[in-house]
Ligand binder design. Sequence first.
Ligand code: OFO
Length: 183
Amino acid sequence: MLSKKMEDALNEQMNREMYSAYLYMSMSSFCTNKGLKGFANWFMVQYHEEMLHAMKFYEYINHQGGRAVLNTIQQPPSEFASPLDMFTKTLEHEQFITKSINELMELAIAGKDHATRIFLQWYVTEQVEEEGNDNEIIAQLQIIKDNPQGLMMLDRELASRMTTVPTEFSKGVEAAIKGTPAA
Ligand code: OFO
């Protein structure tokens, strides 16, 4: 069971996750246009992950007797100065998401909503990984600076990233991502 306050806050976070997906899809399109296929792949994988994060909120809210309500998704930026600019903006955005997940966690603790607290724990862990990945790529881009060879090497490395579907997602979501029929 969810309190109205918790339900509204979880819906707001679902919208933020969808905005995250939108932001990274915009970055992916920008990279494709600039011939940076590997960076484009990295951001498209990130898009898929964010949509899965949103779906996880969607399923949880509905499963707990609330109702997932879809809202307007803000328009993301479409122009970026460089790959370093994109990853700096990515890290800043993820720090904002970490802060909002922490606020949700505090709301769950204050409301003695242990189910939601346990549910949110997955996101707390996920944010540590996401910020870590961004920090790592930013450090590499700072070493590369304006070196095209270094940039192309990193582009090749980022081309290998693949979408992973957390095992606890419903079969329907997993099947949709993998393009196979749901069992
Ligand atoms: Fe980028 O993280 Fe969602 O939660």
